[in-house]
Ligand binder design. Sequence first.
Ligand code: B12
Ligand code: SF4
Ligand code: SF4
Length: 431
Amino acid sequence: MMSILQTVGTILYLYSMCYVDAACLLMCQCTGMAMDDLKGMIREKAIEHGFKLCRITSPQLDNRHIQGLQNWIDADMQADMNWMAEEVRLQRRKQPESMLPDVQSVITVAMPYTPPAYSLDEACHAEGQGVISAYAHGDDYHDLMKKRLKALAADLDVILGRHDQRVFVDTAPVLEHALAEASGLGWQGKHTLTIQRDMGSWFLLGEIFTTAEIEVDEVAKNHCGSCSACINICPTGAIVDPYVVDARLCISYLTIEYDGFISHHLRALMGNRIYGCDDCQMVCPWNSHASQVTLRLHDQNEWNDPLKPRGENHLPDLASLLHLDEDGFRKLFRKSPIKRSKRAGLLRNVCIAMGNSGNTLFVDDLITVLADDEILIRGHAAWALGRLSDTENYHRIGTELSHYSQREESSVVLEEMNITIEYLRSKYDYT
Ligand code: B12
Ligand code: SF4
Ligand code: SF4
């Protein structure tokens, strides 16, 4: 009986909501003042669907962004992300208007995630542990964000009446920072991420393009001032100029997107970052306030992160990760963005972190994976062993590498092994 009453109540409630929405639309069409109400309603709905910020802009980009994108591609800073340089997609990225016929407005939204619960110093010096960037501590945001955007879009059908719309998150050729900035959602910081006064940059972006005409919000003001903390802290010097990140040098690119052999000098600079990198965000003054607020809410059980950060991704134990087999990797990172790097990519990163740790207890672990099926893992393990060699262990490392090099089939891995053997010869007189 109760459930029938509840159902009837829900239907009446939904009906009344539709009625209010339709009434507002009617007002919008008649009066200028009601445009604010329309925006208010869109924002309210966005918040109901878990977005903390929601703003409106037009689909035309500022020339500074169009030129900035072209300069970046001309300088090959997209690295192996060839989809960024591909001509049709590049043109689309420059012209958001091309993404939906007759698009009039872009609704930008931000979905927050939990900032790291440790300082940069604690993370970098976590003995035997690796660092995973905060956005990847829980479920993959793409799935959840798309679901939420679609639910918001369904409500917009009621609020905006007859219109066409398309939702975007990350994967489409859309210049999200530029739209976020134009809509007043936040400004683009010198590290290139979008920052908002209260939330810092600990959020993800999404958009809904619509053919409905909605009054635009004001462009965001930049509040970086003379600060350059992000540029100075970047371990690899990837922020080559204010507002320009060279992906070829960025640890986020190297650990997540790149599926090849990382150059030796960059490996040495990566420290213990094994999936993504938050350094430029962690030193940003706009984030320290935001982090404190969020973590306080978290402690008071008032922070409900829909991405559900998992305990095991909080500075995970490197040795446990190195011994994950394919099945173990798949189970551990089910629904997690980390599966993007695949087992080979993640364990490559773990080998590098071990090599940078100075902890000779990892020598045994690294020797075990010299027999792994994946060339990326074998090759980076050979490098890491050289980094961990000392007067006590060099002979054993040399013997194991010589043994495995006899049966190595990959010329790239063989070269890595030989480089380390040569190094042991020159440094310790290994014969
Ligand atoms: C490709 C990509 C990457 C690449 C390249 C990063 C980059 N800076 O371009 C790599 C793999 C390195 C990467 C890393 C990360 N990414 Co990423 N990435 C993207 C993606 C798919 C495209 C970005 C892009 O268009 N780059 C092209 C270059 C040319 O754009 P740009 O760097 O912004 O350069 C602009 C400025 O130079 C500007 N410009 C020129 N002159 C001037 C002058 C002034 C004064 C100003 C203000 C601007 C300006 O013009 C250029 C074009 O707009 C977006 C999603 C999307 N579809 O937009 C996510 C996105 C940017 N990434 C995101 C995240 C979370 C990250 C990481 C934090 C993940 C992590 N923890 O490891 C790191 C951060 C690294 C960093 N400092 O940028 C989020 C950012 C959320 C936020 N709050 O800003 C996004 C928006 C995904 C999402 N949907 O939420 N990413
Ligand atoms: S994510 Fe890391 S490597 Fe990339 S720009 Fe920021 S600090 Fe530099
Ligand atoms: S660290 Fe400073 S320069 Fe970099 S984004 Fe934050 S405020 Fe801007």
